[in-house]
Design a protein around this ligand. Structure first.
Ligand SMILES: Nc1nc2c(ncn2[C@@H]2O[C@H](COP(=O)(O)OP(=O)(O)O)[C@@H](O)[C@H]2O)c(=O)[nH]1
Ligand SMILES: [Mg+2]
Length: 372
């Protein structure tokens, strides 16, 4: 179920881009290596669709290629990692079903297990009600059947969070990344940048976390120096850096501008005011930007993650989430709470510190991992 899309068709290269190809290409498929995201692509192109059809609708493109086995293996390896991560928390959702009857005691145990997994009161109530309905209509008689029904209920609850990040609708696509200190913003941006660059997208990074001197170096470590450029200014004004980066991204015809922001400020200035200012200034550089405002959340923050989502969403109007560190002691259930109370799409989840440890979010997989 990988989505793979064309980036913007070459014919649409805006006049702005100074380095546009000398002669416009005829309406024939562009060379796959450069212009088409690979089948494993995490990134949607336009037009966006919830469950993208395998064949691109509008522009001519090479036929979809089957996902190579290696890709599938990699993905299942990642899934195992997530399962192990979630299991470390002594996840007792599965334990509730062992030698169990379908009775009130089972539902009570499930309630406790879901709450323990950070699912929160509202989502837990919703899931149990939904589960009772499913058990009734399926006339299940075994606890093992109930387990499958709960996995279905969780997958259905999480499904609205599944969405592809769309690249190519704007040049550049400006993505602002926010989150509290240590959430994994810079790491996630690095991973994302590398993958975008691998797929032929040109990326410009705005090191708008000017507070941390190491931020620029941290970004550079991840970035491929040949395909990625960075706009930074040690100790400078984050909004000014962002403004410059978006303008540079436009002038240089970049596909993506990623704005890395601070989670803590050296001054008394309120973080939210600072972020609002960055957003405003980015919008001044490009009236349609930012096209995405992502919040990065440490998966270990439990119910506080929901509070963060609400607070940042109210200030910035979030378009997507990245949940990191699901390989550690995170309990995962907080995604259910988010789905129930503030359903903002989860574009990516982080399951480790390595480059490949960032993946797209799939509700069904996650539900299975959560159930152990
Ligand atoms: N285990 C694990 N560690 C992560 C993950 N993402 C980020 N980190 C680590 O979290 C720490 C803070 O990350 P950083 O990107 O600097 O956070 P920032 O302050 O939000 O930019 C670093 O040590 C990262 O290596 C993840 O998915 N899993
Ligand atoms: Mg950072």
């Amino acid at each position: 179920m990988f989505s793979f899309f064309k980036k913007k068709p070459p014919a649409e290269s805006p006049a702005l881009a100074p380095a546009a190809s000398p002669a416009p290409l005829p309406a024939e498929p562009p060379p796959p290596a450069k212009s088409v995201f690979s089948p494993s692509s995490w990134f949607g192109g336009k037009p966006s669709a919830d469950e993208p059809p395998p064949a691109p609708a509008a522009a001519p493109a090479p036929p979809p290629i089957e996902t190579p086995p290696a890709e599938a293996e990699q993905r299942s390896g990642w899934l195992g990692k997530l399962k192990t991560g979630l299991r470390k928390t002594g996840n007792s959702i599965t334990a509730a079903f062992v030698n169990a009857q379908i009775d009130d005691a089972l539902y009570e145990e499930l309630e406790a297990a879901l709450l323990m997994a950070d699912t929160g009161v509202k989502a837990t109530e919703h899931l149990l009600e939904d589960l009772r309905r499913r058990v009734k209509s399926s006339m299940a008689t075994e606890a093992s059947q109930v387990k499958l029904l709960l996995a279905d209920a969780i997958a259905d609850l999480l499904r609205p969070l599944e969405k592809s990040l769309v690249i190519g609708e704007h040049t550049p696509t400006v993505i602002m990344v926010a989150g509290v200190n240590g959430a994994g913003k810079t790491t996630s941006i690095g991973k994302l940048t590398k993958h975008l660059a691998n797929e032929g997208a040109s990326v410009l990074l705005a090191a708008a976390d000017t507070f941390r001197a190491a931020a620029r170096e941290q970004l550079l470590v991840w970035a491929d120096r040949n395909t990625v450029e960075i706009v930074s200014q040690e100790g400078g004004d984050p909004a000014a850096v962002s403004f410059d980066a978006v303008n540079a991204g436009k002038a240089r015809g970049k596909d993506v501008v990623l704005v890395d922001t601070a989670g803590r400020l050296p001054t008394q200035l309120h973080l939210m005011d600072e972020l609002k200012k960055i957003k405003r200034v980015v919008n001044r550089a490009d009236a349609s930007a930012p096209h995405e405002v992502l919040l990065v959340i440490d998966g270990n923050t439990g119910q506080n993650a929901l509070a963060q989502v609400k607070a940042f969403d109210e200030t910035l109007g979030l378009t997507g989430l990245v949940i990191t560190k699901l390989d550690g002691t995170a309990k995962g259930g907080v995604l259910c709470a988010i789905a129930r109370e503030r359903p903002i799409p989860v574009y990516f989840i982080g399951v480790g510190e390595k480059l490949e440890d960032l993946e797209t979010f799939k509700a069904r997989e996650f539900a299975q991992a959560l159930m152990g």
